[in-house]
Write a protein that binds this ligand. Structure first.
Ligand code: ADP
Ligand code: MG
Length: 475
């Protein structure tokens, strides 16, 4: 094994790796790494901390080997070795921030483009977005299934595919993930991903240079056309016109079209009717804000992606309180990741509260807008709820938790579930588990039933309010 680290080789390799991942991840996981040497056809990669080992093995090994082979085809495998001395050792490691400054990304936020065919450019698809790491829950199941179907059979049954929903709920993720999936199975497909803004600019440019014919011809080469945020085409008559033609040409040739929008087709009122009716001809699916369980799963997934270990309690807390959008959820997590990296501060419920409050302040204290639910005034133990309900209705706690479905027990049980969900902020799943392993949908139905009944039945409303007061909840 050669003694001196091969920094030249490593720099070449990292230059190939860097564009393939989010900058934060690249800096975090490749800082203080190096090539310690070679053993025959194996390259020994040095990592500064034991926690890097698993992460590299799981996420970056394949990528690293591929890049090494590209630089030096004789290389066969990598071996990892943890060497604590590498941390901040600038003689044996690269100064990543100098070799890979952030500038170029700042200057061109989200504008990175690739040439995909003669005269055709597409925005880059973020490799981080995949159909596999999109967490599926009841509110986005259909959209995800439709995207998966399209990925498996572009130009097939679901054409066009129209995904709509509010800001930060995963539309771009789904669109790009579908593009990525198609390219994985059909590497030569011409997949063009663009935003309506970009598409408009291209049309304008073509008009200015009298190259409309060329523009149309080129778009005919596209196999999959993905247009994000189509709502911004409102009022752009000429661009809509062009889109309409492109649309027809492509669908006639059974090419796939995927579109996202912030609202359903029929609400795109400033859009030409004939375009809207084209959108409606295929598959239309929406995404909305996921429920608590899905938010929890998304957070867990993202935390893992960013290499941050979050305590169960912290996960639950954030998932409960970040109710505005997934982007917001991710924003909170990114803050925690930064804090962890910069200050080695392990996230706790209180550090998360602080982050959320800060994010709140920076939005002018518009708490509702940011969507953080207020913290419950006082921690309430579910056991107290059970006992209070039990006393109030003279039903035993085990009976309430049990299987019996007689009415005398059913109502108290449903009320306990309602209070558990509403005020103790227990998840449906956890409530289900508490109540003899019932399915979470059973609990959900019970809670909804009580909510509806309370609106019609004054007696029930008073009973619930009395119990709440008893437990210490001020309504
Ligand atoms: P939109 O385009 O609807 O405004 P994005 O696709 O940009 O939203 O989503 C915002 C962030 O939330 C992205 O980082 C995305 O990966 C993440 N996200 C949204 N929904 C999910 C989901 N169901 N599973 C995993 N990540 C999600
Ligand atoms: Mg988007």
């Amino acid at each position: 094994m050669t003694p001196a680290p091969d920094l030249d080789l490593w720099l070449k390799v990292l230059t190939l790796i860097e564009p393939q991942m989010a900058r934060g991840q690249f800096i975090t996981w490749f800082k203080d790494t190096t090539i310690l040497g070679r053993e025959g056809n194996n390259v020994v990669i040095g990592l500064p901390l034991p926690m890097f080992l698993n992460w590299h093995l799981e996420h970056y090994r394949t990528m690293t080997i591929a890049a090494l082979k590209e630089v030096d085809p004789t290389i066969d495998q990598v071996v990892y070795q943890v060497d604590g001395g590498l941390k901040d050792d600038t003689t044996r490691t690269l100064r990543l921030l100098e070799h890979f400054p952030d500038k170029k990304r700042r200057k061109l936020p989200g504008r990175a483009e690739v040439r995909i065919a003669e005269g055709l450019t597409s925005k880059l698809l973020n490799p981080r977005y995949s159909l596999e790491n999109y967490v599926v829950g009841p509110v986005n199941r259909l959209a995800h299934a439709a995207c998966s179907a399209v990925a498996g059979d572009p130009g097939g049954k679901y054409n066009p595919l129209f995904i709509y929903g509010g800001v930060g709920l995963g539309k771009t993720h789904l669109l790009q993930a579908t593009g990525n999936a198609i390219l994985r199975t059909m590497p030569h497909a011409v997949v063009l991903y663009t935003t309506s803004e970009d598409f408009t600019n291209q049309v304008i440019e073509a008009i200015q240079h009298s190259k409309m014919e060329q523009f149309r011809r080129r778009y005919r080469e596209v196999d999959v056309l993905i247009i994000d945020d189509i709502q911004f085409l409102a009022n752009k008559e000429r661009t809509q016109e062009e889109l309409f033609h492109t649309f027809n040409t492509l669908t006639e040739e059974r090419k796939q079209i995927i579109i996202s929008s912030d609202r359903p087709p029929k609400e795109l009122t400033i859009m030409q009717d004939r375009l809207v009716s084209r959108f409606e001809r295929g598959m239309v699916a929406d995404v909305t804000m996921p429920d608590y369980e899905t938010r929890y799963a998304i957070l867990a997934e993202k935390a893992q992606e960013y290499g941050l270990l979050l305590d169960e309690k912290v996960l639950r807390y954030v998932a409960e309180h970040a109710t505005k959008s997934i982007r917001q959820l991710e924003g909170i997590l990114m803050q925690a990741v930064a804090q962890y990296e910069l200050e080695q501060c392990v996230p706790t419920v209180s550090s998360m509260t602080e982050i959320m409050n800060k994010l709140c302040d920076s939005m002018d204290g518009k708490q509702e807008d940011v969507g953080f639910e207020k913290e419950p005034e006082k921690a309430i133990a579910f056991q107290d709820v059970l006992e209070t309900v039990s006393k109030y209705f003279s039903v035993s706690v085990p009976d309430m938790l049990g299987e019996s479905r007689v009415r005398e027990i059913l109502i108290p049980r449903q009320i306990a579930m309602y209070i558990g969900k509403k005020h103790v902020r227990m998840s449906y799943v956890r409530l289900g588990a508490t109540f003899s392993n019932r399915d979470h949908t059973t609990v959900m139905n019970a809670v909804e039933k009580i909510e509806t009944k309370m609106k019609e039945d004054g007696q029930l409303l008073r009973e619930v309010r009395t119990i709440e007061k008893e437990v210490g909840i001020s309504a």
